[in-house]
Design a protein around this ligand. Sequence first.
Ligand code: DHB
Length: 370
Amino acid sequence: ATAQDSNKFKIGLILPMTGQQASTGRQIEAAARLYMAQNGDTVAGKKIELIVKDDVATPDVTKRLAQELIVNDKVNVIAGFGVTPAALAAAPLATQSKTPQVVMAAATSSITEASPYIVRSSFTLPQVSVAMGDWAPKNGVKTVVTLVADYGPGNDAEKFFTERFQLNGGKVIEKLRVPLRNPDFAPFLQKVRDAKPDALFVFVPSGAGAAVMKQFLERGMDKAGIRMIATGDVTDDDQLNDMGDGALGVVTSHHYSAAHPSPANKKFVEAFQKANPKMRPNFMAVGGYDGMRVIYEALKATKGQGGGDALLAAMKGQIFESPRGPVYIDAQTRDIVQDVYLRKVEKKDGQLYNVEFDVIKGVKDPGKAK
Ligand code: DHB
């Protein structure tokens, strides 16, 4: 590091900027830059430098980039991580180098256990899936087929939805897992049609929801009397407005909607759309925005001195109002604790939104109790 470097605070932001998960990178980078524009790029006397790297959501690339950022660029924090395998690939490097790793997107429960240097500002799939396992059986859904992307977060969604749904007397007829890469939903949806459940429960990662919705509607599943229920990853605000009126009425559980009716969120959405006129912020954007908040406040609390351990300590326990609602970083688990909402796709001012109609307050990741 040069003398000039001592006046800098570097954040290495590793994101999928290209490929299947590119919308995640686009959303998080835009939100991180918005946070910096609103809060200044100098904190506790340090000039914040954001170094964005594209890992194409490929864990080998994530690992190499994390290594380069830590060793060559001497970043103070690594952040981003669009998918679970990417977050897990960087974890050993965070541990070895004592560099805080702020996970802004990836959402498999176990990620925070992969390194004591991980802090998460996104969510976990168990956290949002149990809410649907409570809601569905009270609302006419007695039988379900689950359809999830076949990797960490999909397995978490399947397990935690199923456990809660069955505890409430529901029956899961079949559990389907679709490959993460280039999924073809058609053969799976055919199986669902044949099984004729009351509802299909879906988890696919951000960016894949529109394809599932399109094929669900094209195959006339809704007309055959099969409802779609899902985590909010499917009715992703990045894509929702282009899904068409067929998406109306779909109920999901999640931690963020662009339509969340708080003054803080209205301010966030307006500022985001002013800076990025073609985009609507989604749950990835809010994870990136809040992740920057966690980093900025840790740097302030350590008066710009922050080594890795001091920064990490100052990240734990932070409590604040996010655009999604009230949140805190659990000091024990380093996971975010937040409200989870039930939402229904409705039209507002001619646009499709996830409109919240119920809330479960202060939900901790249920995956950690296991
Ligand atoms: C993950 C990725 C997503 O795009 C999402 O919506 C949820 C979880 C993940 O890989 O952890």
